[in-house]
Write a protein that binds this ligand. Structure first.
Ligand SMILES: Cc1cc2nc3c(=O)[nH]c(=O)nc-3n(C[C@H](O)[C@H](O)[C@H](O)COP(=O)(O)OP(=O)(O)OC[C@H]3O[C@@H](n4cnc5c(N)ncnc54)[C@H](O)[C@@H]3O)c2cc1C
Length: 364
């Protein structure tokens, strides 16, 4: 019977392999979900390997939007945690005046993962899970035209966020530091992540992109002075991101997942979790019927978080340095910072109404 639904939705009655464009977290999560539901999948990745957009840099898998731990959420979606994933329950935050505050939670605020194609990295781990399944084939150095019922997972479509930074070796102790200030990163933030003798430092800019290099140099000086930054064998990296709530995530019947759909936390650019979740939702939708189900699913499960993220970003930008200071002190003073962040990110009717007002404001 589900087949009737698929045909009615305009899907071919013969289940050809689903084509996926892009082997990032979103595309690989979709492939895993489809294969586990018995569908054959062909992933086309334009680079020579997975994780080619990244440089072994650390990224944070956020762990505050649900009460349940993100690793349990991922396992619940059928993913194995076969990559290095280090919990951090503490971070040092700097406000725009350079004042330091410790944010300490009783459970991990996020997990540090590394991005790239080396063993232990997130992308490598997902590739291993996929390669263990007969139903999935990955074609590297390949791209493809997509048809109705296929999945677009090619990552950022443009870039309304840019990050510039360094990956390096260090003798510093493990730690996570972040600073909010328009001098270091206009409308964004700077971060320094150290774990196991490796480090990542970046300026994550949401505006003033022409000042990227200058901001990065300031971030290096800032973290040298305030966090004792010591870098060896430093290598520069850079990347872009897209955070924009789409009108539809299935144009022409092609299911767009992850950043290809603009799915990312608009406040701070946490995109991994939404990439993995939207990939799983696309797989679920294809089992149920198609693009209509995907539209329903992502709006139901993720839409509220994106609207909340967009409102949080609007507030952050309007608040300027005073607002940044408030955010730093508010989260650090919370009895349970993880719960505070969960409430801050939570969908609500107020955030939805606010979102409608700011999007109308943008259209006029
Ligand atoms: C510097 C930086 C730091 C970040 N830090 C964090 C962080 O700390 N926490 C967090 O949650 N998020 C972070 N993000 C965002 C996060 O990395 C992304 O949101 C996430 O990787 C999106 O996954 P994706 O699968 O949608 O896209 P991607 O990871 O970009 O994967 C897309 C894949 O598609 C391939 N591709 C592109 N075009 C084609 C084509 N035409 N045909 C075939 N293949 C194609 C690409 O080569 C790539 O492998 C960061 C991003 C950057 C750039």
């Amino acid at each position: 019977m589900p087949f009737l639904g698929a045909e009615a939705a305009g899907f071919p009655a013969v289940k050809r392999p689903v084509k996926i464009c892009g082997a990032g977290p979103a595309g690989m999560a979709a492939a895993l979900g489809l294969a586990r539901r018995g569908r054959s999948v062909a992933i086309h990745e334009r680079r020579a390997d997975v994780g080619g957009r990244f440089h072994g840099d650390f990224q944070g898998l956020e762990n505050w939007t649900t009460r349940e731990d993100v690793l349990e959420v991922l396992e619940g979606m059928g993913m194995e945690i076969n990559f290095q994933c280090t919990p951090f329950s503490e971070l040092v935050l700097f406000d725009p005046r350079g004042r330091e505050a410790l944010c300490r939670a009783s459970r991990p605020l996020f997990y540090l993962v590394r991005r790239g194609n080396q063993p232990g990295m997130l992308d490598h781990g997902l590739k291993q899970q996929i390669q263990a399944l007969d139903q999935v084939r990955i074609h590297f150095r390949s791209t493809t035209a997509l048809e109705r019922g296929d999945i677009m997972a090619a990552g950022p479509r443009g870039g309304n966020i840019i990050a510039l930074g360094y990956v390096f070796e260090t003798d510093m102790a493990d730690g996570v530091f972040a600073a909010v200030s328009n001098e270091l990163a206009p409308h964004g933030y700077a971060y320094l992540l150290v774990q196991g003798g490796r480090g990542t430092l970046a300026a994550c800019l949401f505006s003033g992109f022409g000042r990227g290099r200058e901001c990065l140099a300031r971030c290096v000086d800032f973290f040298r002075e305030r966090a004792g930054l010591r870098m060896k064998h430093a290598r520069r990296f850079g990347g872009v991101g897209t955070a924009a709530l789409p009108g539809t995530a299935s144009p022409g019947g092609v299911l767009h997942v992850g950043e290809a759909a603009g799915f990312q936390d608009a406040l701070f650019g946490f995109g991994i979790r939404y990439a993995l979740m939207s990939g799983c939702l696309a797989a679920e939708a294809l089992r149920q019927g198609g693009p209509g189900d995907y539209e329903r699913l992502w709006r139901e499960k993720l839409g509220g978080f994106f609207r909340s993220g967009a409102v949080n970003r609007w507030l952050f930008e309007k608040g300027g340095h005073a607002g940044y200071r408030y955010l730093v002190w508010r989260v650090c003073m919370a009895r349970d910072p993880r719960a505070w962040l969960r409430r801050f990110y939570a969908p609500s009717w107020l955030k939805s109404a606010w979102y409608r007002c700011i999007s109308l404001g943008r259209e006029t």
